[in-house]
Design a protein around this ligand. Structure first.
Ligand SMILES: *[C@@H]1O[C@H](CO)[C@@H](O)[C@H](O)[C@H]1NC(C)=O
Ligand SMILES: *[C@@H]1O[C@H](CO)[C@@H](O)[C@H](O)[C@H]1NC(C)=O
Ligand SMILES: *[C@@H]1O[C@H](CO)[C@@H](O)[C@H](O)[C@H]1NC(C)=O
Ligand SMILES: *[C@@H]1O[C@H](CO)[C@@H](O)[C@H](O)[C@H]1NC(C)=O
Ligand SMILES: *[C@@H]1O[C@H](CO)[C@@H](O)[C@H](O)[C@H]1NC(C)=O
Ligand SMILES: *[C@@H]1O[C@H](CO)[C@@H](O)[C@H](O)[C@H]1NC(C)=O
Ligand SMILES: *[C@@H]1O[C@H](CO)[C@@H](O)[C@H](O)[C@H]1NC(C)=O
Length: 471
């Protein structure tokens, strides 16, 4: 609880420092006994007591003062208009009227600006509150550990890691702590390929941190930008985030841009109609694509209309812990987007855990074509698509690991590779490629990072080969 209080305070301070903010959530207008119009603000924020009230007060006063002034001017104008037609009120010259009119316009514009500012502050606070409520709820659900109090000393604060482990063990998605590296490279000779503007992965950079989750629900999740956005309200700058810890994951956070994302101010929180399974979701052409919890059902959620636009089972796909990545966490079905469209990376009972790649129709979610690889899904930490090629990451925990295998759907051939890759925070739950940014997006142990990638655009193969054929 102490933690939450401090988060509340921080939030409050952050919001205030942004723009001597207002937390008035409702605005009331009524007539008083003399028939004058009176404006009042209602404050609903729970942060009230911890916020510096005087700033708010003076701002409120300012708005009120201007409103009163405006009311006065309007009534004078009305009175003036009435007097013009006869009945002996105040007389106004044209100049007076013009001046009054100009002033009214100025006041109105200023009020409009104020209102916009207030609205956006209220929206931000509401989003922040939603985030906090979710966290509170999860904290409540967590069973309390019996703690011994030794006389006179304070309770020891549970280290976050222990807390998270306990949390996951008791209530959440299955984790496999075991680490498996793919031992021997399986090498198949490569064929011919050349695609314009799209090349083989040469190297990746060091992870660049954009945001560290501050609640335990942020241990793992999905975060993305749409490489090909469609829709009036968002662009390629919009950032999307789902915290995947929990049994009923439905909240999709939308951030205006990377800056707001880094600061932790969502623009909007969308509540998905059906819960999300694990960290395989992706965002493409204005839709969120995700796997429904405990099913092989894929959903396309239109981010503009905020409704499910298509749904379809991914035929024969294993789900809910049958063929996850080595990390576990029900990562059975991983959706991916690259230059060539939408893909699903998964396995089936028939394939006995070997990775299957299917290209999906982004509209209907129908499978257009599938490829079966010879790499076992649970032997790799994660995978992503780039230029129609599947790449697998050997480990999700080892700091210095490699991208160890590549499968090309154009040639139907796979081969071992060894591109160095860093799991800087030792618990990488998601890796996705964004072709517009040419970056990998990853969620590594509370840390949301991007990783720059370099591709070979020409077509010469200089890789080191060790020609060991598969049996
Ligand atoms: C608005 O103010 C009037 C008079 O003060 C009060 O009766 C009413 O409940 C207020 N409405 C809201 C929504 O605060
Ligand atoms: C708030 O303002 C009042 C009067 O305007 C003043 O007496 C009081 O000390 C101020 N409180 C703080 C915390 O600044
Ligand atoms: C906690 O308390 C129980 C009973 O009071 C005692 O048996 C146990 O040894 C204590 N555990 C620790 C770690 O102090
Ligand atoms: C977590 O679950 C595993 C498997 O059920 C069990 O062996 C282990 O003791 C549990 N750990 C805790 C801290 O409860
Ligand atoms: C590869 O492609 C080039 C040009 O596209 C062609 O000339 C060459 O014959 C192809 N090689 C193979 C092995 O298909
Ligand atoms: C999403 O919904 C909006 C509004 O209904 C519609 O205009 C748009 O075409 C839809 N987008 C997709 C990709 O279906
Ligand atoms: C990872 O590799 C870098 C050099 O590439 C080295 O400096 C660093 O110590 C290595 N880290 C670990 C944990 O092995």
């Amino acid at each position: 609880m102490l933690f939450q209080m401090s988060v509340l305070c921080l939030l409050c301070l952050a919001v205030f420092s942004q723009s001597r903010a207002q937390d008035q959530a409702s605005f009331n207008r009524s007539n008083d006994l003399t028939g004058r119009c009176v404006y009042t603000f209602a404050v609903v924020s729970p942060q009230e007591s911890s916020c510096p009230g005087n700033i708010t007060k003076s701002e409120t006063h300012e708005v009120l003062r201007r409103l009163t002034l405006l009311e006065g001017l309007v009534s004078r104008l009305i009175a003036g208009g009435a007097s013009g037609t006869g009945s002996g009120g105040l007389k106004h010259s044209d100049e007076d009227l013009q001046e009054a009119y100009a002033q009214v316009t100025r006041e109105r514009n200023q009020l409009k600006l104020d209102q916009e500012r207030l609205n956006s502050q209220v929206q931000k606070l509401q989003s922040a509150l939603a985030e906090l409520s979710q966290e509170t709820e999860l904290l409540r659900q967590r069973p309390c550990e019996p703690t011994n109090t030794s006389g006179g000393t304070l309770h020891e604060i549970t280290p976050l890691k222990g807390l998270v482990d306990h949390f996951e063990n008791n209530s959440f998605q299955e984790m496999k702590a075991e680490l498996k590296e793919v031992p021997a490279p399986h090498l198949i000779p490569e064929g011919n390929r050349s695609r314009s503007g799209c090349g083989e992965l040469l190297s990746v950079g060091d992870p660049v941190l954009h945001r560290k989750a501050n609640g335990i629900t942020g241990k793992y999740g999905v975060w993305l930008q749409d490489p090909d956005p469609r829709g009036p309200y968002f662009t390629e700058k919009t950032v999307w985030r789902i915290d995947a810890v929990g049994k009923d994951v439905r909240q999709l956070f939308m951030y205006e841009d990377m800056d707001q994302f880094s600061k932790g101010f969502p623009m909007k929180v969308l509540v998905l109609p059906e819960p999300v399974e694990s960290t395989g979701a992706t965002v493409y052409q204005g839709s969120l694509y995700y796997q429904r919890r405990r099913s092989r059902t894929l959903l396309r959620y239109n981010l503009t209309s905020e409704g499910v636009a298509s749904r379809r089972d991914l035929p024969h796909a294993s789900y809910h812990g049958q063929h996850p990545y080595s990390w576990g966490g029900y990562t059975d079905i991983d959706l991916a987007v690259d230059e060539q469209g939408l893909w699903a990376i998964y396995s089936t009972a028939k394939a006995k855990g070997a990775i299957i790649i299917s290209q999906l129709d982004p509209e209907t979610l129908e499978t257009r074509r599938s490829w079966e690889t010879r790499i076992r899904k649970n032997s790799v930490g994660n995978a992503f698509m780039m230029c129609g090629r599947l790449y697998t990451v050997a480990s999700y925990t080892t700091h210095n690991t490699t991208i160890n295998y590549m499968f090309d759907t154009a040639t139907n051939e796979g081969q071992a590779i060894a591109v160095p890759f860093k799991n800087k925070y030792h618990y990488n739950s998601m890796v996705d490629y964004n072709h517009a940014q040419r970056k990998l997006y990853a969620w590594d142990n509370f840390h949301m990072v991007t990783i720059f990638s370099t591709q070979r655009l020409t077509h010469t193969h200089t890789r080191v080969h060790t020609h060991t054929h598969l049996t």
